[in-house]
Design a protein around this ligand. Structure first.
Ligand SMILES: [Zn+2]
Length: 293
């Protein structure tokens, strides 16, 4: 089912330490790219791009920026890809998302753009804890957002490990967007898969998960181990930003709505997104926004 769920400075790149000389990566690599040479290692930077490298168009006058950091992730094996290819994919993601956010006079403002290598255990993420509702309360729940708030879900160890990397390289209130090869998560306590995942503050409000919860996951097509993945679905990042700025795991609305199966945002949604952009992603820290009113 679920294409998409919800819930849920100093940018210098330090070259990773060389692999242990005694460790020879398997050639050809395992089908899932797992390799004992890499499996104990965490996220490692591979390339940093200046925002100017992305050659993004100038946003329309009066458009409100939504700050996003883009992290393309690759398996640790050597892959053949170029700075221009990374820039091209990131530019497409921003263009696709801006086309939708323009309905609310908003656009993506890229803060950080990196490619990072992840061991296989982090490329295939379990998005929430076993048995979670994941922003999908039982049918008939009278106040789904209050139900979700009261669940007080937490980041998993692997999602937190990934998000800690991003928050070491981006502002606390920026939404860090990561590509990922595969996501499993629990929706209404049942295991499922997702094409994207978000961590809205209404659900992931525990103070210890701030600011790491300011993150979304996107699932494009991954090729051979180490290759640069493709571009996520055209509405994927916009949909996940929708969850973050609407501050809900819900998928209510008309069939053509961004939060259901299309790209439309209503005036009421735009008003809520603008208010939450200030309230939850402004300059002030927001460790716990409190229950929905
Ligand atoms: Zn969703």
């Amino acid at each position: 089912m679920s294409f998409l769920l919800a819930a849920c400075g100093d940018n210098q790149v330090t070259p990773p330490d060389p692999p242990d000389a005694a460790c020879e990566p398997a050639n050809p690599p395992a089908a899932d790219c797992s390799d004992a040479c890499f499996d104990d290692r965490g996220p490692e930077p591979r390339m940093e791009l200046a925002v100017a490298d992305l050659a993004l168009p100038t946003p329309p006058d009066g458009s409100t920026p939504v700050r996003v950091s883009l992290f393309y992730t690759v398996a640790p094996q050597e892959g053949a890809w170029t700075r221009a290819e990374v820039a091209d994919r990131m530019r497409q993601i921003v263009a696709n998302t801006d086309t939708i956010l323009a309905q609310c006079a908003m656009h993506v403002e890229v803060e950080v753009a990196q490619v990072i290598a992840l061991p296989a255990r982090l490329l295939d993420i379990q998005g929430n804890e076993e048995g979670s509702f994941g922003g999908h309360p039982p049918p008939g729940t009278p106040d789904p957002d209050l139900f979700d708030y009261e669940q007080n879900e937490r980041l998993t160890a692997e999602s937190r490990e990934l998000f800690e990397y991003g928050k070491a390289h981006s502002s606390k209130n920026t939404i860090d967007a990561y590509t990922i090869d595969h996501i499993v998560y629990y929706a209404n306590q049942m295991l499922d898969e997702a094409g994207g995942l978000s961590y809205p503050a209404n659900i992931y409000h525990h103070v210890d998960d701030y600011p790491y919860r300011n993150a979304v996951l996107l699932v494009p097509e991954y090729g051979a181990c180490g290759d640069l993945p493709g571009v996520p679905g055209t509405r994927t990042l916009a949909h996940e930003i929708g969850h973050m700025l609407l501050n809900t795991g819900g998928h209510a609305g008309a069939f053509n709505n961004l939060m259901v199966n299309g790209t439309v945002l209503t005036d009421a949604q735009c008003a809520t997104m603008a208010a939450n952009l200030d309230a939850l992603f402004g300059e002030a820290e927001v460790p716990d926004p409190g229950p929905p009113s």
